[in-house]
Ligand binder design. Structure first.
Ligand SMILES: Cc1cc2nc3c(=O)[nH]c(=O)nc-3n(C[C@H](O)[C@H](O)[C@H](O)COP(=O)(O)OP(=O)(O)OC[C@H]3O[C@@H](n4cnc5c(N)ncnc54)[C@H](O)[C@@H]3O)c2cc1C
Length: 454
């Protein structure tokens, strides 16, 4: 039987994703002795950069960042990593109701009344987010009313045209990965509030999708891990945290870390798979159990060139029932090839993952051909990652709270429990569940830890 290795530090960090490593780096910079325990044999979590067949870098997880991501941009600059700007030009394609539609903005083939309806719906959604204390959405004056209904009901009550409702539903839920009937209206308003507005969240013109990292998004974590050296321990899933005394004991297979404080930087729902002694308060356990991540996979399709640009197309495509539901241009800036990234989420994603790999690949290519023409059939490579199958992620970008969660358990969302502190993008109150959120949540947890040690 392997003997247990015991180590001591000021602050232990569980999870070497962007959030955990940012926290560890900041604490080390403040002279604290840190140890990071990571379950996988790699760092980066939901960022995973791979070499494609022609040597170009491809991101199977997060890929994009933007100007409003102030903390993230500062981190990228500190790490000395190169970024490339997304071309972001051209029309998009939608395959809605069995018909291909070319459009310059979201307003695919809508009449003036439906367009005005969508505009007023977005204004009202953004207004709720802006009037909210994003650290305490349950305190919003309309919190009870908004948290009692799902987002599909909110759309029915707020939008008045059939076309407006259909497109609004599709576009607002496109990056959330679950049906609007599964989410609380309060939660959706809060989520887009954390990104400032719906428009900022989705646009690649001064929004969250303007840039990508030249060496891939995972390089942020790789660079921080290299600097931390043997303070990052890979291949050690933490399964138990004892926090009954002045010292916290963190158990990960054959490693035991004793620390004054611990920051747990995991997807919110995975924090519930660790055993805590003494156990978590009931409200913390309840909110964590309701924070599952939606189904999400991302495929990369490589071409000789980004041929769609010659047709004046941006590479963005939306479909309304078969996965992939969203396609975006993720080509390297050096022009060595064209890459389309195809996202499959929600019910359509689950349907796609019942298919054989070959049939799923064919379904994706068929949709690309419908959107971008026969040239889309002449692809050179197809790679995919199903994040729901990953034991140490189990789903997509953002946990979606159903009705009643915020107003019943909200204060337990990110509140420290004794010497245990919570980071991870899922706990962010600025760009929740984005890369920026991972950094913001790390900064908040580090501030809390330093204050508690002072
Ligand atoms: C397909 C996809 C596309 C995305 N696209 C974008 C995008 O373009 N832009 C953007 O801003 N965001 C995007 N995101 C979201 C972004 O990836 C995440 O917000 C961010 O990477 C989360 O970082 P994190 O450190 O909080 O969590 P994670 O990256 O999930 O890191 C958590 C770490 O904890 C580890 N772990 C889990 N359990 C244990 C355990 N028991 N013990 C020890 N370690 C454990 C995991 O292995 C992992 O390394 C995307 C996400 C996905 C899945």
């Amino acid at each position: 039987m392997a003997s247990t290795v015991s180590r001591e530090c000021d602050v232990a960090v569980v999870g070497a994703g962007l959030s955990g490593l940012t926290a560890a780096r900041r604490l080390a910079g403040r002279g604290k002795k840190v140890i990071v325990l990571e379950a996988r044999n790699r760092v980066g979590g939901r960022t995973e950069s791979v070499r494609l067949g022609n040597g170009a870098v491809g991101d199977l997880g997060a890929a994009f960042l933007g100007g409003p991501h102030h903390k993230l941009m500062a981190l990228v600059a500190e790490l000395g990593l190169a970024m490339d700007k997304h071309p972001g030009l051209g029309d998009s394609m939608a395959w809605i109701g069995g018909k291909a539609v070319r459009y310059a903005s979201y307003d695919a083939n809508l009449d003036d009344e439906a367009e005005a309806d969508i505009a007023q719906g977005l204004e009202r959604l953004d207004a709720i987010g802006k009037s909210m204390d994003l650290t305490a959405p349950w305190q919003h004056p309309d919190a009870e009313t908004l948290d009692r209904i799902n987002f599909a009901e909110w759309i029915e009550r707020t939008l008045h045209t059939e076309g407006g409702r259909r497109v609004f539903n599709k576009m607002v839920t496109a990056i959330l990965g679950v049906a609007s009937s599964e989410m609380s209206a309060l939660h959706v308003a809060w989520f887009y509030g954390t990104t400032d507005s719906f428009a900022t969240a989705i646009t690649n013109r001064d929004g969250g999708w303007d840039y990508s990292l030249r060496d891939g998004a995972q390089e942020m974590s790789n660079a921080m891990a290299r600097a931390l050296g043997d303070r990052v321990i890979l291949g050690k899933p933490v399964h138990r945290i004892e926090h009954d005394g002045a010292v916290v004991r963190i158990f990960a297979d054959d490693v035991l870390v004793r620390a004054k404080r611990v920051i747990v930087a995991l997807p919110l729902h995975l924090t519930g798979r660790i055993r805590y002694v003494p156990p978590m308060p009931a409200a913390r356990d309840a909110i964590v159990q309701r924070a599952a991540l939606p189904t999400l996979s991302r495929a990369l399709v490589r071409y000789e060139t980004p041929f769609w640009r010659q047709e004046g197309l941006s590479g963005t495509a939306l479909t309304d029932h078969l996965a992939p539901l969203l396609v975006v241009d993720n080509s390297p800036a050096d022009g060595t090839c064209g890459v389309l990234a195809a996202y499959s989420d929600g019910a359509a994603g689950r349907q796609a993952w019942k298919l054989t790999p070959k049939a799923r690949e064919k379904q994706t290519i068929d949709i690309l051909v419908r959107a971008f023409g026969p040239a889309a059939a002449r692809y050179l490579e197809y790679v995919e990652r199903n994040w729901s199958d990953e034991e140490f992620t189990r789903g997509g970008a953002t946990p979606m709270f159903g009705p009643g969660v915020w107003t019943s358990f909200g204060p337990a969302f990110a509140a420290p429990v004794g010497h245990i502190f919570w980071a991870g993008a899922d706990t962010a109150t600025c760009w929740n569940s984005f890369l920026e959120g991972a950094v913001q949540a790390a900064d908040r947890a580090v501030d809390e830890v330093l204050a508690s040690l002072a």
